[in-house]
Design a binder for this molecule. Structure first.
Ligand SMILES: [Zn+2]
Length: 114
């Protein structure tokens, strides 16, 4: 497996991945919105039996976490530009490379993670 060669590339790749996931979530939300609008006319139920409201809040939750990840990526990018990349913003110690591999947008070390 050949990973991205630099942090900048890694952050860019992560951003694209999150934007793609966000687009999928937006599509599902749009589809759900359409379902909701037709709910009075069409009594067809979801085969899973999950109420639309629960699906909705689940999607909204996922959407918010993707938006938070994008904000974190922005922060990681500006920290990279300032030469502070890879250092925990709370304690200033290096963030473990393994953590950055999994979460390129991480700006805290594992000990300081929320
Ligand atoms: Zn820390």
């Amino acid at each position: 497996m050949t990973g991205p060669s630099s942090r900048a590339e890694s952050l860019t790749a992560r951003r694209e991945e999150i934007l793609a996931q966000l687009a999928e979530i937006e599509q599902e939300l749009a589809a759900l919105r359409t379902d909701r609008e037709g709910v009075d006319d069409d009594d067809e139920h979801d085969p899973d039996g999950v109420p639309l409201s629960a699906q909705w809040s689940g999607l909204e939750g996922r959407r918010e976490s993707k938006l938070a990840a994008l904000a974190a990526l922005d922060e990681a990018s500006s920290r990279l530009a300032r030469g502070e990349d890879g250092l925990c913003r709370r304690c200033g110690r290096p963030i473990a490379p393994a953590r950055l591999a999994v979460r390129p947008e991480a700006t805290t070390c594992i000990d300081c993670a929320d």
